[in-house]
Design a protein around this ligand. Structure first.
Ligand code: ZN
Length: 162
């Protein structure tokens, strides 16, 4: 299996954060954003839309849907996903099925559980190990800015966890 060696770039995480920050005003979902890139170009980005849509409307799933529509294929091989928070097991699985071989994330599942989300406490590294796959995982990338996104959203009085 070919391995992608992509040096994480702050500008792509900034885009994911920008999308996540939309929910501080809109409250369409949790404070989460994702961005998918290929050949160092942004293919798609999304925020979480669970509160206005449905339980599967996580930023990563929506970004995968947008990216596949744009590239006109289910396969996102050679793409890299940036997520402001560690992908949940549903999203980790979607990332696997899309063939994305590298995940870059900021905050982790513990940070999200602390602000009240009903997180499944299984880390991406644990999932990778259980699944016996080779996904490249970069954690804690631009951590402070991703954490500030969680904190700012948590400070909004009408925020809703699920
Ligand atoms: Zn998810």
């Amino acid at each position: 299996m070919s391995k992608i060696f992509h040096e994480p770039n702050e500008k792509f995480m900034e885009i994911a954060i920008k999308w996540g920050r939309k929910n501080i005003k809109k409250m369409d979902g949790g404070p989460f954003g994702a961005c998918i890139i290929k050949n160092n170009k942004v293919i798609a980005a999304s925020k979480n839309n669970v509160l206005k849509s449905n339980a599967t409307a996580h930023a990563e799933v929506l970004a995968i849907q947008k990216a596949s529509k744009k590239l006109n294929t289910y396969s996102l091989k050679d793409c890299i996903i940036y997520s402001t928070t560690e992908p949940c097991p549903m999203c980790f699985s979607a990332i696997h099925w899309a063939g994305i071989e590298q995940i870059v994330f900021g905050t982790n599942i513990n940070d999200v559980a602390k602000i009240g989300f009903n997180e499944m406490m299984i880390s991406n590294k644990k999932l990778r190990s259980l699944a016996k796959i080779n996904t490249t995982i970069t954690k804690g990338f631009l951590y402070s800015k991703c954490k500030k996104l969680l904190d700012d959203w948590n400070a909004v009085s009408n925020h809703c966890v699920y």
